[in-house]
Design a protein around this ligand. Structure first.
Ligand code: NAP
Length: 304
């Protein structure tokens, strides 16, 4: 494939940035890549891996001459990074991000950017519970969605180029406005993570069931919560601090449903429980049919 960008700069070199670097290199989407991370340790690892062509010590150096800048840091760090890179951005460059929340990133980044760059916020709906430059892999975005949330006055050519980049990495692209993105993600990602964190916390607090029993019998369902609850604490702290309204709205609805199920259990209302679980099963079928998960037994886990 002909490269879409001549110089791509990654700010932050963790799971998402390293996966993008692998995917772009494999598909030949960028002529050159630079990057930086906050700690010297991460920068050393990235240099040893040859993750990008040049690992810079500062974000300002990394964006110099780049026609695409990808902000791959936790949502809470976006403001500080945007401030730092703004005076160094090349004329006509596109600035995008991969943050899990969109309106808060727009509020943090857009005010700092000069008029001569195109800001197109983005969010790939793909991830794992692992972090850092070694956790990335080229297939992460394969058959996943990337949501872009361009502002009303965006440049169509810059949007088209960025969309083609995500497609080149295997993703499908959807456009949304930022508040709608934040509500959708509160339902599909943010609240489920909070529930998983809570369930794992409950098991940790429950002294009548020993830790060894929790671990030994985890395949009964708990194990799937623990994978989600192992996700990066900084990233998820920032998600809840910045997608506050939407998460609280969905959490309110969740609590109401939970009370209704609690009442059905107390009253022995089997019909209510059965109807409810039949409805939820159909959602699972829809996810399989959309190719967003496998219906292999045990979620396709390989037996040793
Ligand atoms: P990660 O693996 O933890 O990497 C984060 C990177 O950001 C690290 O290189 C880190 O540097 C750097 N960083 C952290 N704080 C910084 C700061 N204050 N200034 C400069 N650099 C800083 O994280 P990730 O999973 O790639 O997530 C990155 C972004 O993608 C987040 O906004 C997240 O919401 C979003 N996202 C994540 C997932 C997921 O499942 N993980 C999915 C979709 C989107 P050091 O290594 O030196 O600390």
């Amino acid at each position: 494939m002909t490269p879409l960008y001549s110089r791509v700069a990654f700010i932050g070199l963790g799971l998402i940035a390293s996966s993008m670097a692998h995917a772009m290199r494999r598909a030949g989407l960028a002529s050159a890549m630079t990057g930086t991370a906050r700690s010297a340790e991460t920068r050393i690892i990235a240099r040893e891996m040859g993750l990008v062509d040049e690992v810079c010590d500062t974000a300002a150096d990394a964006v110099e001459g780049a026609d695409l800048v990808v902000l791959c840091v936790p949502v809470g760090a976006m403001d500080e990074i945007a401030r730092e890179i703004a005076p160094h951005l090349a004329e006509g460059a596109t600035v995008t991000d991969v943050g899990s929340v969109k309106q808060a990133v727009i509020d943090a980044v857009a005010p700092h950017l000069p008029d001569h760059v195109h800001f197109i916020p983005g969010h790939p709906l793909a991830g794992t519970e692992h972090s850092g430059p070694r956790s990335g892999f080229a297939e992460l975005f394969q058959n996943r969605w990337c949501i872009l949330t361009p502002s009303e006055g965006h440049d169509p050519a810059a949007l088209d180029r960025l969309s083609r980049l995500w497609k080149g990495m295997g993703a499908s692209v959807d456009l949304m406005d930022a508040p709608h993105h934040d509500l959708v993600l509160a339902v599909t990602s943010h609240t489920p993570h909070l529930i998983a964190y809570t369930m794992v916390g409950v098991a940790d607090d429950l002294r009548r069931v020993t830790d060894s029993e929790v671990i030994k019998y985890s395949a009964a369902g708990f194990r799937d919560f623990t994978r989600i609850a192992a996700s990066d604490p900084t990233m998820w702290r920032d998600v809840f601090l910045t997608n506050k309204e939407a998460t609280l709205e969905i959490l309110g609805r969740f609590t109401e449903e939970l009370f209704a199920l609690q009442r059905a259990i107390r009253r022995g209302d089997g019909a209510h429980l059965h109807d409810y679980f039949t409805r939820t099963r159909a959602i699972r079928r829809g996810i399989i049919e959309a190719g967003q998960d496998t219906d292999a037994p045990d979620f396709g886990r390989i037996k040793s």
